[in-house]
Design a protein around this ligand. Structure first.
Ligand SMILES: [Zn+2]
Ligand SMILES: [Zn+2]
Length: 343
């Protein structure tokens, strides 16, 4: 079988590898779609986001936003069967701590991520514990399945934490793939969406995806504009998808009193103004990363039953043998999601 590897800095190779065999409690997945993610690019550029990464990661297949078909089941597998169409949950946990038991595997102290600590999904096949298999609704196609895990699941969780509905407004700060997915899902909740990005092309796409207002911080004072369109009250909620100082501060300044901000961007450090942005406004800041495994059914049904067109954020598809072209294209920032597909 073919698998993509990141053997050296900014080098992608597709290698012939032996098929993995599912161990006890594991299944073998025949891959159908596997999306590239900004976090794959950390490995591509030799930077890290998870502690467990080391030199051996050069041999680990990337890919953590996939779906496929169960090809073979290992000993003791009872919950999935051959032929099941499944999306894959990216987290491996200890299985016994309170977070794991609650389904919040991504919060486990022993959390490991597929595609970083163990072989991931940018390959023809992969093995995975059966509890990581997320059954896909019949009407969900494979590209939508892949985009409904990291993007769909994270943004659904953020929108739900913000209690979005038809009476609420949300500012989405940063309109890359996560922000674009956020626009689709926030519209699914019925919210008014204000999209903010420095890139005019992304703002054009934001309008196509249903954003009600778009603002470019290079061309206007975003907080002033948001105050203007909200009768000087401020936006009810915000989702921050960009790292660093500016996106977080824009959100904290733009939300109304008792506003809520969901932070989904990876960011090392940022400077904020606690008294003015939190204390005197009673702002709530919610950290959101990935989703509770038990929420999958709700997430998938929300996407299917509301016709959330996740596929609109897929700019280009490649076969796995084209991985050396796909990575630099995605890295250029000129696309939204890039997805490997198998016919
Ligand atoms: Zn991802
Ligand atoms: Zn655990």
């Amino acid at each position: 079988m073919l698998a993509a590897k990141l053997p050296r800095l900014e080098t992608v190779e597709v290698v012939e590898e032996e098929m993995p065999t599912p161990g006890k409690g594991e299944v073998l997945i025949r891959m159908k779609a596997s999306a590239l993610c900004r976090s794959d690019l950390h490995r591509y550029h030799g930077t890290t986001i998870f502690d467990e990464e080391d030199e051996k990661s050069a041999y680990i297949t990337p890919g953590h936003e996939p779906c496929g078909i169960v090809e073979e089941i290992g000993e003791g597998v009872t919950k999935v069967k051959k032929g099941d169409r499944v999306a894959i949950y990216l987290g491996l946990g200890c299985g016994t701590c309170p977070d794991c038991l609650r389904g919040d595997v991504m919060l486990c102290k022993e959390f490991k991520c597929i595609g970083f600590a163990v072989n991931g999904a940018h390959a023809d096949f992969m093995t995975i514990p059966e509890e990581n298999c997320l059954l896909m609704p019949e009407k969900m196609d494979y590209i939508t399945g892949a985009l409904s895990t990291d993007v769909g699941g994270t943004l659904y969780t953020a929108c739900k934490s913000l209690e979005l509905n038809g009476t609420k407004s949300v500012a989405i700060i940063g309109c890359g793939p996560m922000g674009s997915g956020g626009i689709l899902i926030a519209k699914g909740f019925g919210a008014k969406v204000i999209a903010v990005d420095l890139d005019e092309k992304r703002l054009e796409m934001a309008r196509e995806l249903g954003a009600d207002y778009t603002f470019n911080p290079a061309k206007c004072n975003v907080v002033e504009e948001i105050n203007r369109i909200t009768n000087r009250i401020g936006v009810d909620t915000a989702i921050v998808t960009g790292g660093g100082n500016a996106p977080l501060n824009t959100a904290l300044d733009a939300v109304r009193t008792r506003g809520k901000v969901a932070l989904i961007a990876e960011s090392n450090k940022a400077t904020i103004d606690p008294s003015n942005q939190f204390l005197r406004k009673r702002t709530e800041l919610i950290g959101c990363w990935y989703f509770n495994r038990a929420d999958w059914e709700e997430i998938a049904n929300f996407i299917v039953s509301n016709n959330i067109e996740m596929k609109k954020i897929c700019s280009k598809t490649f076969s796995i043998s084209e991985a050396p072209e796909a990575f630099p294209l995605f890295d250029s920032g000129a696309t939204q999601k890039v997805v490997f597909v198998w016919e």
